[in-house]
Ligand binder design. Sequence first.
Ligand SMILES: Cc1ncc(COP(=O)(O)O)c(C=O)c1O
Ligand SMILES: N[C@@H](CCCC[NH3+])C(=O)O
Length: 449
Amino acid sequence: MALPLTALPGADSVDDPSYAELIAARPSLSVDPVAGLMLEEVSLARIAAVVGTPVWVYSAGTLRRRLASLRAALEGAGLNATIHYAMKANDNLAVARVLAAGGAGADVVSEGELRAARAAGIPASAIVFSGVGKTERDLRLALAEDIFQINAESAEEIEMISALASSLGRVARVCLRVNPDVDARTHAKITTGKAENKFGVAIGDAPAIYARMAALPGIEPIGIAMHIGSQITAGMSAYRAAYAKLADLVRALRAAGLPVSRVDCGGGLGIPYRDEIAPLPEALAGAIKATLGDLGLPVMIEPGRWLAGPAGVLVAQVILQKGATRRFVVLDAAMNDLLRPAMYDAWHGILPVGAAALTAPLSPADVVGPVCETGDTFARGRAMPALPPGSLVALLDAGAYGATMSSTYNARPLAAEVLVDGARFAVVRDRQSYEDLLARQRLPAWLSP
Ligand SMILES: Cc1ncc(COP(=O)(O)O)c(C=O)c1O
Ligand SMILES: N[C@@H](CCCC[NH3+])C(=O)O
């Protein structure tokens, strides 16, 4: 029986959501009065005991539920749409497999992601290759696998694709990614659709480049792609502005007699990490329908964070608490594991895992990692209970851009990954060993001891 959330302490600091609010907003989380914080039907403390910490834990149910609700929103708006999961958010094979089994294709940006998508069972016919700098090797593999679509981002790349495809006797299906010069009002480091961002071709240049595409051998121009940024929470106006430009461009291309058979309308829906009001998939579907619906074309979307972010937590153990005047809770997870707070000043909910700690009195603490950088700080002045050494905490919404952005900085091995599915759990990536960490290094003969 789950513990009623009213048993948890109230609002934990002036602005932050309370523990009860954080849990209530995340359907895969609950509190067992004995086992503490649960993900689906599995105790996070049990996973930590079996697998060790830090450990990424993903909820298969959340992935399935979110994919289904996104699809329902698109279908509800009457759109003929396909969903291509952006592997960069989380390229774990088990995560991609759950989404593939639910009918998602993939959006990849490298040979590694293409290989991961295929290894997860995503058919080549459902894979899109995006990215501002695909290497010849990337493109060779994309052509050899005969993936569904390549999104080209420059006139120069189009010449490369044409030459390569022709030399291989293949025809590449290519969408041209245009940059609509629209401000999605997200973090400056993850906006992708402003003129000063490196992505796509200027929308004014698109008609000439598209016409060139149609004239080149080895290329079948199939449509237009657009992406305006990630973690978009500022409503639908930027999407509408961008998609209206996209629709105008498609009409102009058609008027010029050029074939356009699909549109790829990117721009990553945001998720509430703290208490942001993020637009719902229905709003996105409605914006697509309103602006692009009368073109009568199939549409594609490439969500990463919205599908995977809320499905994951990072479970860490407290190494120690220090400080008489300012309390620091030092975890065994660090910025090398979850980079988002250090890189974007991102806010992630942090919950104690133990049942007693979840209902204990709170006081402010800085929650930090052990890496030798001041930026290795997950939260400042966060209301936390007393957390003696060995206590566990869960950093929330870590399913996207968590493990994929990890490094081994400070010679810290990559953490293990676990998938929970109902009452089952399985390790889906082993923790990196210290032997692995050193395995690819060599001392030159003249330095050998
Ligand atoms: C082309 C493209 N597709 C998909 C994504 C995934 O974005 P998100 O994780 O916000 O859904 C991005 C990231 O911004 C992107 O640039
Ligand atoms: N890594 C970013 C998102 C980048 C989106 C990539 N197109 C984040 O964690 O918020």
